[in-house]
Design a protein around this ligand. Sequence first.
Ligand code: EPS
Length: 378
Amino acid sequence: MSGRLTYTTAGESHGACLIAQVEGLPSGFEIPIETANDMLRLRQGGYGRGGRQKIEKDTLDILTGVLRGRTIGSPLAIRIANRDSRIDEAPPVHRPRPGHADLAGAYKWQTDDCRPVLERASARETAARTAAGAIAKGLLREFGIEAAGFVVQLGGVNADIPADLPLDELVKRRDASAVYCPDEAVEKKMKSEIDGAKRAGDTVGGIFEVRVTGLPIGLGSCFRRQDRLDTRLAAAVMGIQAVKGVEIGMGFGAAARRGSEVHDEILYDEADRDTPNRGIQRSSNNAGGLEGGMTNGQPLVVRGAKKPISTLRKRLRSIDLTTKQAEDSSYERSDICALPAASIIAEAVVCFEVANAFLEKYGGDTLDETRARYEAGR
Ligand code: EPS
């Protein structure tokens, strides 16, 4: 990804560790260790997770870029250890799982063993993304910007989450929910959806949402497609393993409606002029906080649709890549549902893109400089 703030990851699911390298942070910023470890813990959890998460205890280990707990502006290298690091003992996989990277990867890298492909394709890698995003989340907090990811639909069970629910209340409800859903009324149904899939040897997906509040107007740009914040958010959320759809605000729902039912009318309230939205009020937030690829002062609302996990105990029809004979797809330890985890990963990657756009607008080599520019912009 391009921009002022970038990250790359390295590491395999059962290799020694996962690595994230974050570049472009201002100096003098205190690493949000607690926030990052909380997010890593949440990413490991959620009803429907498999046995791997009982083995691992993901925590942040910062190797470079820090002096006495604060950034010095140089690249940050983060390490998350894998306790289950038996990559060389892991068995070969000759029967690709429909829906996984197995088949295309085996052809691409010219192997009849999908193991080297799946080790990197695995969503275990999202621990590194979550760590990078948590750093960005800590930076946004310095400027009163808060974010939360949560589950809005699991399998066929829909939640009802008011658009104006304060973010801290939303987080409180999410954190009290086994399925990371802030609507207590549907938690039982969501859990039984997972239980039902488990009994059937099947898996289940759903939809997560990320909301971001406290945003200034004008992050992103309408001048170049690569600078549009919606371009970047869509790529970041779509890039999460197993995500097959992304929408912003009303998203696909806007397609069948008329303009007057979609666009958020513009109002002004003098009493609100010192808030980040400069007194601008909107009659609704169907745009999900973005117009012309730029933040408009309203909360950002991004959703992603996650397909069910492709490792099924029930098995699907496949072939053996060595013989080309029909065989059932391979199975190894996996999750029944990783949607709650995906909501946290999405929160992380959205924070990263927002922080990138924030630093592009306000810049600064040091946190103080960024703050001064932000204040001047207000
Ligand atoms: C994951 C760890 C993995 C899987 C999951 C994500 O653990 P295991 O060692 O049991 O494979 O639970 O990986 C996948 C969904 C996948 O497609 O490979 C994690 O830490 O998130």
